[in-house]
Ligand binder design. Structure first.
Ligand SMILES: [Zn+2]
Length: 405
């Protein structure tokens, strides 16, 4: 992977992040290789690496194989040099994780979200979970760089507030960032759960080192994240990649967002439940064990081969495939990643439908076939992504930071 740095002194912070990014993505890399990959001079790379080693973020790891010449010292991220906490909640689940500098989870805890929980109750529950993961991981609070919070959007990142998220009725302009910082004593970074999950994939999952990928997140709703040219693409109002609100069925239901036939309104948990009820009411009982199914039961039954549940899931996967083809035609990504707790048990059915569509429908398919991968972070994508937010903010190159220098 080639990422170009620059030798202008003004952008020293950016160069440092570009170098650290190369070290983080490689499994051992030499100073010369970093210089070749970034276009930075060997002197610039050496200076940055010396400072990173002095700060304990990077370590030298013996000599790697060389081509007959002098052995080269490999550089690696010192995984234990810093830790980050990730928190994700939506109406269904509340999760908390502590990760190391490589984004690897040390301890993860998941709880059902208390029903109808308000902001104060959630803040208290999060503070208790943070204590729990720190104790379980055996780490001190002062080793933690910060807490990343991933929630259903929309959010106003600059103000640190949730702005009337449709998934969380009653949460109107809640200053959650300030509340959590007060309750935990940690600096808090806030992002919507799909963007957080995409950042997590880039840091520690299927998107490692991939320049252009689209991430589809299945939680309470259907969200998305776009990484273009190694950067999170956020759009003009910070609301890019709302894949769940792209229309895939012109005669479909009206969505709360104002659009018609949105992907989310066709395949989110209530939609799966409604479709199963509709089929049961229509007398479609042959071979099924489902009676009054919730979405967990539908996914479990589909995985076990229940014909009605499988039909519901396959129809949902078909709507998803159409949305994915649209996204690929527009942004021409190399990889599509599917993740989030909303596809638990039926991941392969979804992946199969999307792969089939990508092999036959995008215009550029004869140039190359877009890959589809399930998030290796699985149901933990958002919470690991939330922790990765902290690491990303601290260490990763960001064009916006470069421009504001
Ligand atoms: Zn919509």
């Amino acid at each position: 992977m080639r990422r170009t740095g620059t030798n202008l002194p003004k952008v020293g912070q950016y160069n440092r992040a570009v170098v650290l990014d190369q070290i983080q993505l490689a499994d051992g890399i030499s100073r010369i290789e970093i210089a070749q990959l970034t276009g930075l001079t060997p002197q610039t790379v050496s200076g940055i690496v010396r400072r990173l080693i002095d700060e304990g973020i990077v370590r030298e790891d013996g000599a790697g194989a060389s081509n007959g010449g002098k052995p080269r010292t490999r550089l690696r991220v010192n995984a234990g040099a810093g830790l980050a906490i990730g928190v994700h909640f939506d109406p269904y689940e509340l999760s908390c994780v502590v990760v190391d500098l490589l984004g690897q989870p040390l301890v993860t805890v998941q709880r059902p979200t208390p029903a109808q929980a308000g902001p104060e109750e959630i803040t208290e529950a999060v503070a208790r979970l943070v204590d729990e993961v720190l104790t379980a991981a055996g780490v001190q609070r002062d080793q933690v760089l910060g807490l990343g919070l991933a929630t259903p959007g929309p959010i106003d990142q600059s103000l640190g507030i949730l702005v009337d998220p449709p998934q969380l009725p009653g949460w109107s302009r809640v200053p959650i960032k300030e509340m959590l910082a007060g309750a935990t004593g940690l600096p808090v970074t806030l992002d919507n759960d799909a963007t957080a999950a995409a950042i997590g994939e880039r840091w520690a999952g299927a998107g490692r080192g991939v320049a252009d990928f689209a991430y589809f997140f299945f939680g309470a709703g259907i969200g998305g994240g776009l990484i273009l040219g190694h950067q999170v693409y956020r759009g003009g109002s910070m609301n890019a990649a709302e894949f769940g609100h792209t229309s895939v069925r012109p005669d479909g239901p009206h969505c709360y967002c104002g659009n018609v036939g949105c992907l989310e309104s066709l395949i989110n948990p209530p939609a799966l439940e409604a479709e199963a009820r509709r089929r049961l009411a229509a007398g479609d009982h042959a071979g099924t064990t489902l009676v009054a199914p919730d979405h967990h039961a539908i996914r479990l039954a589909a995985a076990a081969g229940d014909p009605l549940a499988a039909a519901v899931i396959d129809e949902a996967a078909g709507w998803l495939a159409t949305a994915v083809v649209n996204v690929v035609n527009i942004v021409d990504v190399d990889l599509v990643v599917l993740g989030g707790h909303g596809i638990r048990h039926v991941e392969e059915r979804f992946r199969g439908a999307v792969q089939q569509a990508l092999a036959t429908r995008p215009l550029a398919r004869r140039i190359r076939t877009v890959q589809v991968e399930l998030s290796p972070l699985g149901p933990d994508a958002a919470v690991v992504g939330a922790a990765a937010l902290v690491l990303h903010m601290t260490y990763s190159p960001q064009v916006s930071e470069l421009l504001s220098l």
